[in-house]
Design a protein around this ligand. Structure first.
Ligand SMILES: *Cc1c(COP(=O)(O)O)cnc(C)c1O
Length: 458
């Protein structure tokens, strides 16, 4: 139990509010429902401890507690402002969800008619609406299947289609994605044999032709995070598809990112519609890269091949959950997710926004420091990047606020947490991926940090 009354009668610690009295406060009771009892009890104890140690007055415990409840979240994942200019930032959770997708997530969080027909009262097909939304967005596909992520889609497609024979892949397409994961290791981990074709820089149609007798599928992987330049050659996808069909071997294409249709801003990025039109049997895409939705592996293609994948036992182990299906459907039907907006930001608009935030940050710094902050706040040209799984080497023209490098750490650890790009001794604040309604909060955060820097406090 509490040791609230362990102190002597004149001790101010006797005035520290008791745990049960604090728990009776309506806002504290509400917090027990949203955060959980043990989290709230921990915050109560922390506030009481501060009073016990003389840090705060006993009368301030309640205010202190309410403030700490205000800033607490049930999950320790902290929302951040992505001021790096990298649109699909893997370390920052890749694609931010559109308002429609966020609403769909909340709606699907409770019981939902995931596999149930409310009219007939009978069991219904799981993920039917997400499938329909995918087929509407990519009419070239006969069928669609949603799994946990792109890696799971690749594993399922190669395992289910390779059977006991192998999968052919060009030596120029052995991709290592983030955190040291290699797609070749992933494919081989289920016992699928990889048959290497061609060389690192050049792979011809004849190279595939030579091995078609000993494989059950051909895999083509988009070089999503690197480029090969110089003396290079790749087999034409349409010719490869024709060759595969003539030999009755399915062609799997891993798009890397997840464009369903051509994207004018990224002319070199492959898309599902074009790849299917060229003759691919199964196309693999990620939900949370350029598509701008939740983490998901999207398989699109011929009905027969997709049916083989859906029937494979592994399909059950990698199936998407209701939250993913809800958010994916909403992303597709509502359209224009934040990733697309960031990709299409008008450089002139971005420049004006950036100058406004820089100006407001200087004013905020003066408010906090009482004088003009003695640190430079410049607006400089800064190219944004597509990031994870696409647009390698593509510059997205734009602007950034350049601050001293020392601003980066306090911006990261402040509220809101602002993640910037540290480059060549400067802290660059790129607004491309910052929601516009956060501009005021961002300017204030920069202002506070500038004031601290000029006062030598940071
Ligand atoms: C990102 C990527 C994957 C993996 O997709 P996830 O959705 O991250 O699992 C697979 N292949 C390529 C080429 C990629 O770029």
């Amino acid at each position: 139990m509490d040791d609230d009354n362990a102190a002597g009668p004149a001790d101010p610690r006797r005035r520290i509010p008791r745990t049960d009295a604090l728990l009776a406060h309506p806002r504290v009771a509400a917090a027990v429902a949203s955060l959980g009892r043990s989290v709230v009890l921990g915050l109560i104890r922390a506030a009481q401890d501060r009073a016990r140690s003389g840090d705060i007055a006993p009368e301030a415990v309640e205010t202190e507690l309410l403030a700490s409840l205000e800033s607490s979240r049930a999950s320790s994942l902290t929302p951040v402002l992505n001021a790096t200019g990298v649109v699909v930032h893997t370390n920052l959770g890749r694609a931010p969800l559109s308002p429609a997708a966020q609403r769909a997530l909340a709606d699907a969080a409770g019981y939902t008619d995931l596999e149930f027909d409310l009219v007939s009262g009978a069991r219904a097909r799981r993920g039917a609406a997400a499938r329909a939304a995918l087929l509407a967005a990519c009419p070239a596909a006969e069928d669609a299947l949603v799994v946990n992520n792109g890696a799971a889609a690749l594993m399922l497609a190669t395992t289910a289609l390779a059977r006991d024979a192998g999968v052919a892949i060009s030596r120029g397409e052995f991709v290592e994605i983030g955190a040291g994961f290699r797609l070749s290791d992933l494919i081989e981990s289920t016992g699928v044999r990889l048959v290497e074709v061609g060389t690192t820089n050049r792979t011809h149609l004849e190279d595939y032709e030579r091995v078609l007798g000993e494989v059950a599928a051909v895999l083509s992987v988009h070089r999503s995070n690197f480029r090969i330049e110089g003396f290079t050659a790749d087999a034409d996808l349409r010719e490869l598809a024709d060759l595969c069909h003539a030999r009755d071997v399915p062609l799997i294409v891993d798009l890397g990112s997840g464009l369903l249709a051509p994207e004018p801003a990224l002319p070199k990025e492959p898309d599902a519609a074009s790849v299917l039109a060229a003759g691919a049997d199964v196309v693999i895409a990620s939900g949370d890269k350029l598509l701008g939705g939740p983490q998901a592996g999207i398989l699109l293609g011929r009905a027969e091949a997709l049916a083989t994948l859906a029937r494979h036992p592994m399909a059950r182990a990698v199936r998407a959950d209701k939250l993913t299906l809800a958010a994916l459907e909403a992303t597709l039907t509502a359209g224009d997710p934040p990733v697309q907006q960031a990709l299409h930001t008008d450089p002139q608009d971005l420049r004006e926004r950036t100058e406004t935030v820089a100006y407001e940050a200087r004013s905020a710094a003066m408010d906090h420091a009482g004088r003009v902050a003695m640190v430079a706040v410049l607006v400089v040209e800064h190219a944004g990047r597509v990031g994870g799984g696409g647009g390698t080497g593509v510059d997205l023209p734009g602007w950034a606020i350049a601050l001293p490098e020392a601003a980066a750490a306090p911006l990261r650890t402040g509220t809101p947490a602002v993640v910037t790009r540290v480059h060549e001794g400067r802290c660059l604040v790129d607004l491309r991926c910052v929601p516009q309604d956060q501009d005021g909060a961002l300017a204030d955060a920069i202002g506070r940090v500038l004031a601290d820097l000029s006062a030598g406090r940071a």
